[in-house]
Write a protein that binds this ligand. Sequence first.
Ligand code: ATP
Ligand code: MG
Length: 338
Amino acid sequence: FELRNEDLKDLHELGQGNGGSVKKVEHIPTGKFMAKKIVLIDAKPAVRKQILRELQILHDCNSKYIISFWGAFLADPNICICMEFADKGSLDGIYKKIGPIEIDVVGKVAFAVLEGLTYLYDAHRIIHRDIKPSNILFNSEGEVKICDFGVSGELVNSIADTFVGTSTYMSPERIQGSPYSVKSDVWSLGISLIEIALGRFPFSESLSDDSDLSDFEGTLSPARPGSMNSLAALGLPPARKRSSAAATLKKDKRKSKGVSLQGGAMTMSILELLQHIVNEPAPRLTPEGRFPEAEAFVDSCLLKDPDERKTPKDLLNDSWIVYSKTSPVDLKAWASTF
Ligand code: ATP
Ligand code: MG
C-alpha cells in the first residue's frame, strides 16, 4: 500500500539527530506503529524526487538484522522515511539508562550487526557508513537491528551543511581521505562495542564524570572523501595530551551544538579528536584481560590499517562471534529488565 502522511498520527518524539527528528506514529488504517524520520532537506523538486527513487531500494532490504522500510514521501520542505518501530530504542539510549551492557549481550549485538552488514553488502553492495550505538536498535522481542544506512547519495548531499556520519566513529583511513569500505564499518562497530560495554564513549577515558560525547555533532561541512586529506595542511599543532581533545569537546558542547569549520575552539577540538584517532593507539575494550575473546575481537575491528582489518563476513567466523551466536544469554528476558 501507499503510505500517506494523512494516515499517520503523530504520537511522540523518539529522538533527534543531525538531519532531523524521529517520531513514533500510528498508521491509522492498519493500527500499526511506525517510526517516522523527518529530514529537512535543501533541494530542488527534481532532486527530491531523485532521493525518493534512491530510497526505494530499501523496499528490497529484508533481513531480521535490518530495520524494515515501510515507505517514504515528500512533506514539503521535508522528506519523511517510515520504518519499523523498535520499542526499546537505540543502544545509546539503553546504556545511558541502565549503564554498561554486560559482555554476553555485547557479543549478541556484535553478531547481529555483522549479520546485518554482511547482508547489506552481499545482497545489495550497500556499505552502511554510519554504524554507531544510535543506529543499532533493539526491541522487546530481543531483536537487534541496524538502521540509517547510506542508500541515497542525493539525500546525503541535501542535508544542508550538516556533518553526515559522525566524525568520532570514523576510521583512521576515512579521516585521511580514503573512500568508505565495509572495513570502515568494522572500525565503527569496534568503537560502538567499547562504548556500550563501558557505558561511555571510549575517547573520553580521561574524563572523571560520565560525559556524553557519543552524540556529539559538529557541522564539519566537507564530509566528502578526500576533503580531509591532510590535517597537517590545516596547520594543526601536534596532538596534545590524551585528555585535551575530549575535555575540550565536552566543554564546548555545552555552549553550542554546531560550529563551523572556520574558527572557534570546538573546531580545533574536532580536529584534535580526528588527529588522535589517526595518530594514537586504538582504544581497547578492557585493558585487564577480563574477556580475552571479546577483547581480541574488538582489537581486530580496530586494526588501524584497513588492509589488516577483516570484513564483516570474515568476522562472522571469529571465535567470540561464533560463541556469541549461540550463547545462552536471553535477549528477550534481558529486554524485560528495563
Ligand atoms: P545522527 O543524526 O547523528 O545519525 P541519531 O542516529 O541519534 O544521530 P536519528 O537517526 O535522527 O539520529 O535518530 C534519533 C533517535 O531516534 C535515535 O537516537 C533513536 O533512539 C531513535 N530512533 C530512530 N529510529 C528509530 C526506530 N526505528 N525505532 C525506535 N527509535 C528510533
Ligand atoms: Mg540514526
